[in-house]
Design a protein around this ligand. Sequence first.
Ligand code: HEM
Length: 194
Amino acid sequence: MSELLKNPEAIQKATEELDRVMGRDRWVEEKDIVNLPYIEAIVKETMRLHHVAPLLVPLVARDDCRVAGYDILRNTRVVVNVWAIGRDPTKWEKPNEFRPHRFIGKNIDVKGHDFQLLPFGSGRRMCPGYGLGLKVVQSTLANLLHGFEWKLPGDMKTEDLDMDDRFGLTMPRKIPLLVVPSKPRLSLHLYSFE
Ligand code: HEM
């Protein structure tokens, strides 16, 4: 949501897609996500720039092995810096810019097959909850954008948003985002949850 507030064009593209695919008379369900490639692209782009676990989880080599020409001895502790991979200029054009469009028409997934984007890790120790995690993030974001117009509180400007992260095993925003749903976008009967 923070990156989107700083990129109103991306919000516009996402809401155009939502209006075209969903109309304004129902909320987004998990099954709709396959028809919302721009929403998927926003989630991938967010995971590229703001990895939930920037160094994955430390691993230990069980046996001597050779990976990409490097000899890794048994018991070596291996730390994979996916934060750096996500910002590697040899892998990504203008890596520090939030550009969901870079994923449109590309076959880059987040399920451990494409080593330039590994938000859930890869291989045997990859996140077993990736299916649930991905669905929850995609459908929640889609509904936030589908259901409301958003603005920053008071006179706050997007330039005032502090985009720093707090480093740890997981890396959330340093200062939580405060954002206001300013207008409903859907038919009003959809907002009563009795
Ligand atoms: C968007 C949401 C999530 C993200 C980005 C995420 C990310 C990750 C990452 C990066 C790892 C380390 C993988 C590696 O070292 O290669 C991991 C491990 C793990 N995740 Fe997730 N995860 C998410 C949601 C979930 C959910 C919903 C569950 C459970 C329902 C879950 C359960 C686990 C477990 C048990 C491990 C340890 C696996 C192992 O070490 O064998 N995660 N996750």
